[in-house]
Design a protein around this ligand. Sequence first.
Ligand code: AHR
Length: 512
Amino acid sequence: MKIKDIVCGILLVSSLPVFAQKNATIEVYADQASQIIPKEIYGQFAEHLGSCIYGGLWVGEDSDIPNIKGYRKDVFEALKELSVPVMRWPGGCFAVKYRWGGGVGPKAQRPKLTNITWGGTIEDNSFGTNEFLNLCEMLGCEPYISGNVGSGTVEELAAWVEYMTSDDDTPMANLRRKNGREKPWKVKYLGIGNESWGCGGNMEPEYYSSLYRRYQTYCCNFSGNKLYKIASGASDYNYDWTKVLMKNVGDKMQGLSLHYYTVGEWNHKGSALDFNNDEYYATIGKCLEVESVIEKHSAIMDKYDKDKKIGLILDEWGTWWDVEPGTDPGHLFQQNTMRDALVASLSLDVFNRHTDRLKMTNIAQVVNVLQSMILTKGDKMLLTPTYYIFKMYKVHQDAIYVPAEVKCDHIKDFKDRDISLVSTTVSKKDGVMHISLSNADLKDSEKISINIPGVEINSIKGEILTSKNIADHNTFEVSDKIQLEKFEEYKLKNDVLVVKLPAKSIVTLELK
Ligand code: AHR
């Protein structure tokens, strides 16, 4: 089912009145709900890049920073709160150079390596397969292993799958036992390569298709484990890649990946903190463009896979700004403001309405890299505005999507892209309905009348994420400037819920 939220009037940014209130309506079609929003839409991505792993997820058992068996305690506990459904690892471009064999066994014997792609940092391999899969178990999330097709071998990838998942009496399973893990892990998601058109080997789609067919042949299902194999897909607008892959390998994959970043479209990526209103709206325009990108890749997939058996897997998305001044350019450490929070909520709204084809997404990345949930500096940590969106939206994981039609004002960004100022996700689960609402307008509040016929409502609760300025963010000094707060600006009369949503804010309401 494809539901498109509908557009009303178009305004120009410059014609907006100052601090006015706009009116919007939302029609909720609770009786048409059927599609489940897979929890994997809320997935994360962790790469050996900058301080995502070392200093972020992992500090080692001997660290002065409080840890649980080497995993950073404050970060672990914050992630546990998010109900992370799936985590992709070890990259990205790191994955296509990764030799997993160096990251298992006694730590003192693990070889060091230069992380060529990401700043030439020396990697000591102390966080490897066991550490990652144990973390996933502790978090209760599915691991998504990104395999090395770029510089690895078929034998290496096949052996890795066996090491992780086989319970047989074989050298690989016995190596795992020797390394302290008796029972195999369950590993469902296996990526066969990453960005094979770029850092993953600079291949042509035809060549990669043949390699994919070969590699996947030897990635076997051991001991009841069932792999969901994901082919390395296109970036952004490369529809030809999707076409060739679907044509040549559609019968051998369960998922096909896609990468889409919200980057600044001026002559540099742009600062995470210092941006003007035009740049803000251009960011929102670029972020919302992911919808047409998903639709176009999906339409190609539909031609080869009418029954929608193959999942589109958006395994890298998010904002990509210039690195924070004074930090290593190869470490992609960036701050995170209310603008990023709106990119997160609006993107998740888009994803939630395309789950007929889109089966997983992984925001880049979980800690200290790009649009992170969490930032750390030494023993300090902060939760970003994006973290709070994921916290607020976790109610939609595995809930039933409820179609909703939005009528509101629209504006155009500098590329003439249409921006709907109000966005929503409505879902229901176990007799509870959740309505998430975003107001992307920088100045005006929105009075939203939500028509919800045929739903009995006895109680309502709400949470809001907002701040005075769009560039507001949490810092290591003031880490609680932006956080979720109680929201009570709503009134229910008959079947209509009227909500007053401040400018640049995101709300989730629980209706019981
Ligand atoms: O997320 C950062 C990088 O972006 C990944 O390593 C790569 O796959 C993509 O180009």
